[in-house]
Design a protein around this ligand. Structure first.
Ligand code: NAI
Length: 695
């Protein structure tokens, strides 16, 4: 193995310390030891007057080596290495390109001078992994950029571009060109010419203590973090920088860092981080070459079709969208233009790129417009006959090899595929609303879907900036199937005595972005109603039917879009509608139920037990390839708190035997709904975890 850190004395007394630890120059033990040795050598190398640290490859340093998290820390520790760099009796320069993140930025902050090339990203994203910067970031960054800017960046786990970092004082100069070594050497020469001395960040004055700014940050993050601890802990560490000298501040930072390392939240966030990478690794598409996708067709320009078209246009993919008539096509174009304008307003898109995106959109009528599309996504009404008619037309006009996708939420994709002459080209691409915002894409692989079609779907997801999860065909696939079940558990609790508003509150306290009834109001109560109608024939006599929800539908209270559903809306802000409680009370009377009280804890336990139990069935049946696919689905499509890792990870932390005993105790009341899923029972019996199935 080659040395990950090299020391080289160049002409003119400039030592170049190069970190080469592909792919991201992570600060694993060998790199830390290499840096330590390099600076020990630099300090005693009388021919060296100044040192420059550079990263080989695409970036400076990507951060800590996450595979070392949760294990005993190996010497030398990063804080000590950085302290050694900072204490060097001769100046040290960081020549940064690509990215300096987490520990990577902390190394740079420990240097005496910092140069970054244009386009570099600098930041401290540690809180996103449930920890805080632990190698001086919370002490040195505020000394360079001031308290307010540090409070903007660190609790958010945010990043800055090089020009913003220059403005903020985090770096000293913006370099030129794209060669960090050349830029670093030139800067070092200038510094030598100027007679520059070491300039330890730690010896700079403490940032001014501003108690109001600290309190405001705490208030903001208490609200924003919804139970997540690291952002608030990072504020405590930044606050320490305003009253402690560097060594004491570093100790305090370290103390908080170690505390964070031990939290279950850190484990949950790391689990989620690794799942993001594992979820696209599927044996069935390994080495399979995706088909080329240069143009996209979309059928239907309603809520989903317009959103899907927007998602593609935002990523530079030309789109041909067809609607039923000219008026509907024009309306779809208008919606898409509105979405793009909103992206410009949020700074996500330049006006020039917006104009180019609009030019790349064709809104038409008639299927012939789709004859050139490489991949077509159907997003028409959720009705099997309509879908089959659409696919028959696609079969007629689509070019050979075109991928034919449906955005259906529930319908049988095998049946759709079987109705045309090229079932191997058919796949489900289940986007979430709003499709240009939501990260999740369920890739529903039907019985006859060709592996290269699946590979194409995953490649497209990547291009669209989405996280794709492989799902099998069943009613609701992974996400909506599990949702139906935990929503049924919620309805069961409402009938038994809990209020929908209490359930929403309890689940938000658990960490969900929204409660189930807020979600229902957002999606539209017509959707739930239609689903109940569709499933009515298969209903079991003991299934809980939320007749109050039917009543809301019948009164035209469809949720946010009509200004009233479970909540009464002023804009997007809803307040509980007391009439809902009356409708629920009527339903209880009709069902002969005497309402009882539920604690928030019981609500959370039952809701989660239902979620995990159905998820176990979904995994057992192969609808989800692994438990991690469930975790990713719930995180990116259903507002599950990321710091809890996902429902399967959460279940592992609670312990599967505990979940089995919970479900068995609920079954004493209702042994129709509450039946322990076979996989859950097996794993609990063997003292195993869901994670053990992730491979
Ligand atoms: P929508 O009712 O907003 O839009 C459907 C559009 O399709 C309408 O504009 C209609 O004019 C058009 N259309 C119908 N037949 C057509 C045809 N033969 N040719 C061209 N255009 C046609 O419905 P939405 O909500 O966009 O749903 C579409 C599909 O996406 C459904 O299968 C639904 O289950 C699915 N879906 C919906 C989600 C949601 O949150 N709304 C989420 C994920 C999937």
């Amino acid at each position: 193995m080659t040395d990950p850190v090299t020391y080289e004395l160049t002409e003119g007394g400039i030592a170049v310390v190069t970190i080469a630890n592909p792919p991201v120059n992570a600060l694993g033990q060998a790199v830390r030891a290499g840096l330590d040795a390099a600076f020990e050598r630099f300090a005693s190398d009388s021919a060296a007057e100044i040192a420059v640290i550079v990263g080989a490859g695409k970036l400076f340093i990507g951060g800590a080596d996450i595979s070392e998290f949760g294990k005993p820390l190996k010497d030398p520790w990063l804080p000590a290495v950085i302290n050694r760099i900072e204490a060097c009796p001769k100046p040290v320069v960081a020549a940064i390109h690509g990215a300096a993140l987490g520990g990577g930025l902390e190394v740079a902050l420990g240097c005496h001078y910092r140069l970054a090339l244009p386009g570099t990203t600098l930041g401290l994203p540690e809180v996103k992994l449930g920890v805080i910067p632990g190698a001086g970031g919370t002490q040195r960054a505020p000394r360079l950029m001031g308290l307010a800017a540090a409070l903007d960046m660190i609790p958010a786990g945010g990043t800055l571009t090089a020009d913003k970092a220059l403005e903020a004082g985090l770096i000293d100069v913006l370099g030129e060109g794209d060669d960090p070594r050349a830029a670093g050497l030139a800067y070092a020469r200038d510094l030598l010419d100027q007679g520059a001395k070491p300039r330890p960040t730690g010896e700079m004055p403490m940032p001014e203590a501003e108690p109001d700014a600290i309190e405001a940050a705490r208030a903001t993050w208490t609200k924003k973090a919804r139970g997540e601890v690291a952002p608030l802990a990072s504020i405590d560490a930044v606050e320490a920088s305003t009253r402690l000298d560097i060594m004491d501040g570093l100790d305090e930072e370290r103390r908080i860092f170690r505390e964070m390392m031990e939290t279950p939240q850190r484990a949950g966030l790391i689990h989620a981080f690794f799942n993001d990478r594992k979820v696209a690794k599927l044996p069935e598409i390994e080495g399979v070459i995706p088909r080329d996708v240069g143009t996209i067709g979309v059928i239907g320009g309603g809520t989903m079709g317009a959103g899907i078209a927007t998602a593609a246009l935002l990523r530079g993919l030309p789109v041909t969208l067809i609607e039923r008539d000219d008026a509907a096509a024009a309306k779809a174009r208008e919606t898409i233009a509105g979405n793009l304008a909103a992206a410009v307003k949020r700074g996500k898109l330049t006006e020039a790129r917006r104009d180019a995106a609009l030019d790349a959109l064709t809104a038409a009528t008639g299927y012939d417009a789709l004859s050139d599309a490489d991949l077509v996504i159907e997003a028409v009404f959720e009705d099997m006959d309509v879908k089959k008619a659409v696919f028959a037309e696609l079969d007629r006009v689509a070019k050979p090899g075109a991928v034919l996708a449906t955005n259906t939420s529930y319908l049988d994709i095998d049946a759709i595929a079987a109705s045309i002459s090229r079932p191997g080209d058919v796949i489900g691409l289940h986007f979430f609303s709003p499709a240009h915002v939501m990260k999740l894409l369920e890739v529903v692989v039907a019985e006859k879907t060709a592996p290269e079609v699946t590979a194409t779907a995953f490649a497209l997801a990547k291009r669209l900036g989405k996280t794709a999860v492989r799902a099998g065909v069943c009613d609701g696939f992974i996400g909506n199937r599990i949702l139906s079940h935990y929503r049924a558990a919620a309805d069961g609790m409402v009938l038994a005595g809990a209020s929908p508003f209490q359930i929403d509150r309890a689940m938000k306290d658990f960490g969900f972005a929204m409660g189930p009834y807020e979600v229902a109001d957002l999606a539209g109560l017509d959707i739930g109603y239609m689903t109940r109608q569709r499933k009515a024939a298969d209903r079991h006599p003991r299934d809980v039917v939320p007749t109050w929800a039917d009543a809301l539908f019948n009164k035209g209270r469809l949720g946010q879009k009509t200004g009233r559903g479970y909540y009464v809306y002023e804009g997007r802000k809803g307040t509980p509608d007391p009439e809902v409680e009356e409708l629920v009370a009527e339903a209880r009377t009709e069902a002969g139920v005497t309402p009882r009280e539920f604690s928030d804890a019981e609500i959370q336990r039952r809701y989660m037990a239902a979620m995990v139990n159905e998820a176990a069935r979904v995994v057992d049946e192969g609808i989800a390839a692994r438990p991690l696919d469930v975790d990713v689905t719930l995180l990116y499509g259903y507002g599950f708190p990321r710091w809890r890792g996902g429902p399967m990870h959460w279940a592992d932390t609670v312990g599967l035997p505990k979940l089995v005993s919970d479900i068995e105790s609920y079954a004493a009341e209702d042994d129709h709904f509450w039946q322990v899923a076979p996989l859950l029972r097996r794993l609990a019996k063997d003292n195993q975890t869901f994670s053990s199935l992730n491979g």
